[in-house]
Design a protein around this ligand. Sequence first.
Ligand code: NAD
Length: 457
Amino acid sequence: MSDPHELKVLNPATEEVVATVPAAGAAEVDAAVVRAARAQAGWAALAPADRARLLRRFADTVDSHVEELARLEVREAGHTIGNARWEAGNARDLLLYAAGGAERVLGRQIPVPGGWNVTFQEPLGVVGVIAPWNFPMPIAAWGSFPALAAGNAVVLKPAEATPLTALRLAELALEAGLPDHLLQVLPGHGAVAGRALVDHPGVAKIVFTGSTRTGREVMERCARLVKPVTLELGGKSPNIVFADADLTAALDPFSFLDNSGQDCCARTRILVHAPVYDEARALLADALAAVVVGDPADEKTRMGPLISHGQLDRVRSFVPEDAPALRGSAPDGPGFWFPPTVLTGERHDSRAAREEIFGPVAVLLPFADEEDAVRLANDTPYGLSGSLWTRDLGRALRVSQAVRAGNLSVNSHSSVRYWTPFGGFKQSGLGRELGPDALTAFTETKNVFISTEGPVQ
Ligand code: NAD
């Protein structure tokens, strides 16, 4: 029986305990929110240039700890060391980008009769950020850093399995000189600490990243307090490959294998133009066989383990042993390993083709023509991301307009860049993170009218 007051962090590659961390209850959440409100008042009163300077110093501190943070992420989340270094660098880069924004939270002057009218973008107060385990560092950063830059305090609840890098980031914030309690990290269970944060009247906004099922509950609870919420939820994204595409680039298996497929943007529905289906299948078979799966701390490894035993069981449930599939290899022994897999015998309405698996598993499906490709791509409750591959410019423009998803890439598999807005259509989410408007999402607009008529005599 596990102790509800603590969290055991396991190394997913070895199943060894990396750390044991206390789990916050509702009382700890309440105390953290009270402290955060006090810290926020002082932070918002600082000149924007001073907030920016402190955030840049925080970025420098993260920069000098990139390797340490990356090694910690390898241990707690099983990310490959190359990916983990990128993730720590992403947190640093976003801090610098958001720091620039702190000095540019602009209002507007709007012409009206009888006076002057100005708007202000004011900080919300205390923001609650709830993060999942799949990208612990970047997602903690995307929710928290723009909120801090806009003048808010943050209470962050990391996922049960992966609290360590978030805790370390909060220590680095203090080391860099950010005020006490401005960025607090409270590890805890979703049903206890997560709910307490969502329900707390002192928390002005929730940024939630996780499954669509939990996101729905978070939104319902926020509705009771009319609390704004940003939701970054699940995905089942298409990779649409037309016959004229560069097939080798289009069928790069890391479009769905990155982070062992535990990526909300993973292109797990590979939709291939029927005339090149057989060629695509052969290319994928070779590519899967070449993927190096193993110790994530080894520089040569391209794919590590899944996060947990539970996740391994879930992924297995989509791939019966006799399912027609292309398969790579994975280590035996301790650790939560699953081989890279492409299911080839699925219909587009089967469970594996419709539900988010969150493992290194994609389905390969043929389409007849452009209209069919768009129909299949859109036939899902999700709409997070997707790729399309063609050398025909007109087709690229038509299809990118027709696909209902928040983040598309043409002749590329990229999804997330801190310079550009990120978020989902349909049941993949609500609101946007990152990009030039990231700070605005953490402000309220205040309108002030100043009469030029003078006081009434
Ligand atoms: P999850 O929904 O189980 O948990 C996410 C977080 O919510 C965790 O911190 C958890 O403790 C907390 N939580 C759980 N129940 C809660 C409750 N009742 N109230 C408040 N908080 C609660 O998701 P997960 O399994 O950790 O993450 C995987 C999911 O996240 C996938 O569906 C994936 O697609 C999604 N995701 C989306 C994005 C995006 O940007 N759209 C990014 C990464 C992951």
